[in-house]
Design a protein around this ligand. Sequence first.
Ligand code: ZN
Length: 262
Amino acid sequence: MEAGFASSRSLSQTLRSAWAHVARLALDIALPTLCVACREPVAGVGVCAGCWAKLSFIAQPYCPRLGIPFVYDPGPGLLSMEAIADPPAYQRARAAVRYDDVARTLVHALKYHDRTDLAPAMGRWMARAGEELLDEADVLVPVPLHWRRGWSRRYNQSGALARAIEKQSGVPVARDVLRRIRPTQQQIGLSRSQRASNVQGAFKVSAEKAHAIEGLRVVLVDDVLTSGATTDACARALLRARAAQVDVLVFARVVDTHKAPI
Ligand SMILES: [Zn+2]
């Protein structure tokens, strides 16, 4: 009896794995995956080994406040000139990679071409870069799109990244907390001070959702950090609504704005 039970179970396992194999084959035929950056065939989803090697992952040493990579290690706790001269409203910022050609291709694919399948990999890299922040965090808040832009693009890329980070880290996403209360111009082509005034007062925590962040440590999630004007405006809105602390986690950050224009 026992032997019969065991063999029928192993038969069902064999059938299941055979079916899984067929399903995988069918999927491989139906969806040949290409590297997002160079369009070469790739195993899995995302970028090929060559493009992965071209991504500049940000690692220590970096400014503990802004996450800007240092050329040499100045010693523990030393801040960048930028952090001292113009400290942001948020506490700390971390980014997975520098914003360069491959990073830009990934960001644009996610943002403009509905490649939400990239979000899990990008979110994994972000969760690794922001481990220190996520260990202390209570909630994730994605930077919102204005509803009109959200409508034309159909989904918010920061929301997709936040959900991927939630899966990795277990830190929950607080949804619909932050709202864009007035449309803002695209930040592209604006100077630093124009960027700041463009987004000043553009964000608000909705009154009925304020309880979701009050007294809590928030990690604000976005795809790219350029001048920091948008994240700074969001951090101010969250702090006004009594968040205990706001950190920032992005996929890519512009490290040298003169060399890497958007
Ligand atoms: Zn590639």
